[in-house]
Design a protein around this ligand. Structure first.
Ligand code: UT7
Length: 336
């Protein structure tokens, strides 16, 4: 009997209108457009001025709904990947469930930082492969501007806000959909990329705020060294496990933290830059939203085509990292 597979049957995304450019940042901290471009590849990022992560998630879902016509009442599970939930609890997934009117769905959050979307689609696909559910909504959304210190030039240049969503359903053809995955965790990386304040370890006090412990902390150099190897290795691993040559892969969909990490991964896979989805220049690092944002953008402009093999790869806080191999099944959007 053929294996029952999950596949993406709808996509959508949302980015806020407000643009924060490198030139804007030059006026805020001691940095330069040239430094940011050459060290990271980022030119600008989006900022959600009013509202929270659930607003990004709901707007992404509304875009998905407009693209697909899915009825929220039919959705059975909602998974929201985020490190910037509206609140510790209830889960942002619960807020989204209520706001989109997905009355039948149960909902929860996944905290896996930049790998949150990969962890979540692998999780969602298990629900479908087991036969338990047929419609799983997976959203990656982060309002990174809510945990970034805009006086810290090391980090404030890197991040942006966005939300993006996919719908997972059983694939009609078992040759399409999520074919394989490799996911990893190495908790010894925890100290290098974290938010120390606000949790049960350091509940918020005047002191934690004075020490800026409610902001994201990153030792960029330390993370870079492992990310550049980790993301390239896992992408190469998923190719060799599935006997794929570089010509068999249509797209690399990488987490967008640094253009140099993306290039190293593409090089390891033997892929030309023309086969790499890159939007770091426009949006910076949007954490859990990054990978589905790429999928949605590329699908909406007709570049992501049914039958293409795509490799999604990420590396982030935890450390968490991984890769997913997918054969894309969604037909191009209908021309208006
Ligand atoms: O998202 C999930 C995982 N995260 C990542 O994958 C991020 C990984 N790390 C990185 O992408 C890079 O390490 C950064 C982009 C964060 C930093 O780039 P780098 O090439 O590693 O720079 P650096 O931290 O080694 O800093 C080099 C110099 C330093 O000056 P000195 O000590 O050499 O005098 C920094 O103080 O650049 C300085 N610097 C800046 N200069 C201008 C740091 N930030 C800035 C800035 N503008 N914004």
């Amino acid at each position: 009997m053929n294996k029952r597979r999950a596949t993406i049957t709808a996509v959508g995304h949302y980015v806020p209108d407000k643009v924060l450019s490198n030139f804007d940042l030059e006026k805020m901290v001691d940095t330069s457009d040239e430094w940011i471009r050459t060290r990271t590849g980022i030119v600008e990022r989006r900022i959600l001025e009013k509202g929270a992560t659930s607003d990004l998630a709901v707007a992404a879902f509304e875009n998905l709904r407009a693209n697909s016509g899915v009825d929220p009442a039919d959705i059975e599970v909602i998974i929201v990947a985020t490190v910037t939930p509206d609140m510790f609890f209830p889960a942002t997934g619960c807020l989204v469930q209520q706001r989109i009117g997905a009355k039948k769905a149960w909902a929860f959050d996944v905290s896996a930082a930049c790998s949150g979307f990969l962890y979540s689609i692998v999780l969602g696909s298990q629900f479908i492969e087991s036969g338990a559910y047929r419609k799983v909504l997976v959203i990656g959304a982060d309002k990174m501007s809510s945990i970034v210190d805009y006086t810290d030039r090391n980090n404030c240049i890197l991040f942006g806000d966005a939300g993006a969503a996919v719908l997972l359903e059983p694939s009609e053809d078992s040759e399409y959909g999520l074919m394989d995955h490799r996911l990893y965790t190495d908790g010894s990386g925890g100290d290098y990329l974290c938010m120390l304040g606000g949790g049960s370890l350091n509940p918020p006090t005047h002191e934690t705020v004075d020490k800026k412990m409610h902001y994201l902390y990153q030792d960029g150099k330390a993370v870079f060294k492992v990310a550049v190897i980790g993301m390239a290795e896992v992408a190469a691993e998923i190719m060799s496990r599935n006997n794929l040559r570089s010509e068999d892969v249509a797209w690399l969909v990488p987490h967008q933290a640094n253009m140099r990490i993306i290039d190293a991964t593409a090089e390891r896979m033997g892929l030309d830059r023309s086969k790499v989805m890159i939007n770091i220049d426009k949006f910076g690092n949007t954490t859990a939203a990054t990978i589905p944002l790429c999928l949605s953008e590329w699908w909406q402009c007709g570049k992501l085509k049914r039958g293409q093999n795509i490799v999604l790869a990420s590396f982030g806080a935890g450390y968490t990292w991984g890769a997913v191999l997918m054969k894309w099944s969604l037909e191009n959007p209908k021309k208006p």
